[in-house]
Design a protein around this ligand. Structure first.
Ligand code: MG
Length: 164
């Protein structure tokens, strides 16, 4: 295996849960009394994935490319940011190989939405859906996630060189 052609990236994100916000995860609006707080739609799954992609391509992080001080990104769908991230890594000669994403949340159960989330992400990344894995875990009631204060997500990706 030529390691110049494959890279790994890691991303982690956290957002606070508040009332009065829609809960958006992987571009899917999930019925729940609370939503994630942030400048964009605060889609923690998509943010972790964007950071993993940028990290793998050595292109910094999401906040650097889309600063939360910029009014253009207020309330923006993070799936749109993901599409831009894919364009940025493509400009550097990379495409997504696969992504493994873990949501850490005490509630709600996201199993009913996993297929749609994976489909949204695969569409935005222009890869087949079998390259995207979405899973979830709780913290067994421990810590700020366990008490419903927020959610976090972790993403690991491989990217492959498109240059021969
Ligand atoms: Mg974020």
């Amino acid at each position: 295996m030529n390691m110049n052609k494959i890279r790994i990236g890691f991303g982690h994100d956290v957002h606070r849960l508040v009332s009065g916000r829609a809960l958006i995860l992987g571009g899917v609006k999930i019925p729940y009394p609370y939503g994630l707080l942030g400048h964009s739609d605060a889609d923690v799954i998509t943010h972790a994935l964007c950071d993993a992609l940028l990290g793998a391509a050595a292109l910094g992080d999401l906040g650097q490319h889309f600063p939360d001080s910029d009014p253009r990104y207020a309330g923006i769908s993070s799936i749109e940011l993901l599409k831009e991230v894919i364009q940025k890594i493509a400009s550097s000669g990379w495409k997504l190989g696969n992504a493994d994403i873990t949501l850490v949340a005490q509630a709600p159960k996201i199993v009913p939405y996993v297929t749609e989330i994976a489909q949204n992400i695969s569409n935005a990344c222009e890869v087949s859906v079998n390259k995207i894995n979405i899973k979830a875990t709780t913290t067994e009631g421990l810590g700020f996630i366990g008490t419903g204060g927020g959610m976090s997500a972790y993403a690991v990706v491989t990217i492959a060189s498109v240059r021969s």
